[in-house]
Design a binder for this molecule. Structure first.
Ligand code: GUN
Length: 295
């Protein structure tokens, strides 16, 4: 088994982004600026937003972080987005999901200027991604593509089973892997909660992408020898032995599956790191596009 080491790969790619920020500055251009909005106090979301803001600082991006209480009216969130849309200094806008139930998530996404939608969630950007036009691709699936590319993994003609059909991960992942690109050119099965023969499908998979959000959902008896296993799950489970009171586990049973897989991502230190990296690439791209350098 070989590790798909998201920590290592992201360090390399973030160094490349930091170098490009330096180039922008030397050319008298401004550094990328990401604005993040967090509504509520979900501990996982707080951690993700903090990591994104910290990474911005590490690589020379500017960042603005807006933290709003869980009972913030929808209109107030939309107002922040509108003000960021018209703020010429801000290149990328991110609203951390999920949002409290009284806020219409799609309305929030629709309000973000597609040119600043560095999450790639706006329908315009999703549509462009589906037909293969250059656009912002959502960070988790794009991070996985960057990781496969970095390790030179040949995916052409492989059968990939993606488990989970969310708008953020499973659905875009299935499309990216099926496209005529490298990595890509997979035969993709998109499995979900109503899939009846999941174990049989997984046993036929050369690549499994698990994005279900359930700890150790994929077990070793579902994985064929030599498969590539990509674990998108970041689940908190109680652990009295830890100072924090929890530890992070993925959607796959890492210990047992790592004895069968050819490649596997760890949790933490796998896909999560790549997600942040892909978000930073999108923000850099947004900044350059807004300064008419490249797109
Ligand atoms: N929640 C889980 N993943 C993501 C992501 O990639 N972006 C945002 N904005 N929220 C998320």
């Amino acid at each position: 088994m070989q590790l798909l080491d998201g920590k290592l790969v992201s360090e390399t790619l973030l160094a490349d982004i930091a170098r490009q920020v330096e180039e922008l500055r030397s050319a008298g251009k401004k550094a990328p600026h990401l604005a993040a909005i967090l509504v509520g106090t979900d501990p996982a979301s707080e951690t993700y937003v903090a990591s994104k803001v910290k990474t911005c600082k590490q690589i020379g991006f500017q960042s603005t972080e807006i933290r709003l209480s869980a009972d913030t009216p929808e209109e107030e969130v939309l107002e922040y987005i509108r003000s960021f849309n018209s703020n010429t200094d801000i290149d990328g806008i991110l609203v951390q999901l999920p949002l409290p139930r009284h806020i219409d998530e799609q309305k929030v996404i629709d309000t973000i200027d597609p040119k600043k939608d560095v999450d790639g969630f706006h329908p315009v950007n999703v549509g462009k991604m589906v037909i293969g036009q250059p656009t912002f691709i959502s960070a988790t699936p794009n991070g996985i593509m960057l990781m496969l590319q970095h390790y030179g993994i040949d995916t052409a003609g492989k059968h990939c089973v993606v488990i989970g059909r969310s708008n953020i991960v499973g659905t875009p992942m299935s499309i990216l892997l099926s496209r005529n690109t490298n990595p890509g050119n997979c035969t993709v099965t998109l499995a979900h909660s109503r899939t009846q023969n999941l174990k049989e499908l997984c046993l036929q998979a050369d690549i499994i992408v698990a994005a279900i959000g359930r700890p150790a959902f994929v077990t070793a008896d579902m994985v064929k020898d030599g498969a590539i296993v990509i674990d998108v799950g970041i689940n908190r489970i109680e652990d009295a032995g830890r100072k924090s009171g929890f530890r992070l586990v993925g959607d796959v049973d890492f210990d047992a599956i790592s004895r069968k897989a050819s490649w596997i991502t760890p949790v933490p230190g796998g896909v999560g790191k790549m997600t942040i990296c892909a978000l930073m690439y999108n923000t850099l791209q947004a900044c350059k596009a807004r300064q008419s350098l490249t797109y």
